[in-house]
Write a new protein. Sequence first.
Length: 364
Amino acid sequence: MPARKIRLALIFGGQSAEHDISLISARSVLQAIDPARYEVLPIAISPGGEWLAGALAMQLLGAPAAPASDSGEHLQIEQSPTTVASAVRALSPTGPRHDGGAIDVVFPVLHGPRGEDGTVQGLLELANVPYVGAGVAASAVGMDKILMKRLFLEAGLPVVPFVAVTRVAWRSNPGAIADEIEARIGYPCFVKPANMGSSVGISKVQSAAGLAMAMDEAARFDRRLLVEKAAPHPREIECGVLGNDEPEVSLVGEILVAASAPFYDYAAKYEPGASELVVPADIPVEIAERVRDLARRAFLAIDGAGMARVDFFLCGDEVFLNEINTIPGFTPMSMFPRLWEASGVPYARQIDRLVELALERHSR
C-alpha cells in the first residue's frame, strides 16, 4: 500500500508591505512542489487580516481555483473569510478532521511583520503543528534589525557601526538625534525601519540635508529606526543556510546591481533586469570560506532553524555581516533557491528538505 501524501498547509500573503512578494513566492512553491508527494492546502492572509482557505486563497493568489486535492475540505476550514482562532483550531492536531486527516506540516511563505517576525510562528506553536523555518525567538530577532545587530556584536560577528532611534525620540528632538548620527555614524549612511524587508522604507542619505526625509520615510513603517554607516564600495554577497542544529551553507553568490540604482533597493530586487545574480561569486576561495563560516555562525547566533539567507558587504578584503533573513524569497529571481540549486539541491528538493527539517525539529 503506497504511503499517503504529506498534508502541507502553505500560508502566504500577510499584512505587511511585502504582501505581494509573498504571493510571488507562494506561486513559485506551488509550481515546484511534487503533487505525488504532497496534498497542499493553500491558506492566504489578506492585507486586512482575513484568513482564506482553499479556492478563496487561490483567488487571492491570482489563480482561478484550487485543484481538487487542494480544496481544504478534509480540514473543514471555512471556505469564507475566517478568524485566526478558527484557523488555529483547524490546523491543530486536536481540531476538526475529515477522513482521519489533519495537517502534517505548515510552510509559511510570509515576508515582513505579522508573518516572518515570530507572530505566526507563535500561533503554530500554540496549535502544536510542525512548521518550516525558524522558531518564535529566532524569527523575531531575524526580523528586528536592531536586536539582530546587537546579538551579532555579542557573538563577535563583524557589523558596520549603527545607531538605534525611536520614532518618538526623533520627532520630539530631531536636532539632537541628527547631531548624534553625524558624530557617531557620519555620511553617507542608511536609514531603515527596524522591522521590514525587501528594502521597504530604506533610504541612502548622502548628507545632513537628506536625513529628515529619510527618517520620516522609515518612521512610516516602524516605531524603531536603524541608522547605519554605509560600507565603503561594497559588493553584495549572500549565502543560503539549510539545517537545524548542524546547518549546511551554500556556495557564495553575488548580486550585481545596475549602475543606475542608488543601492540594492526594492526596484533592484524585483524589477526584471535591474540586477544580476552570480553564483558562485567571483571572489578568492579564502574570502568565500570566511563568508560561509560567518553565515553559519550568524544562523546559530539567532538559534535559526530550517533555512535562512545571510547577507554581507564585501569591501576589499573586509567582510561585514548585513542581516539574516529567516524566510528568504522564493520568487523565480530570488537568491536563496538559486544558491542552493548551484550547490546541488534542486528547487523541489529544497522544499522536501525544509519539510524534513520541520518534522525533525518538531519531533525533538
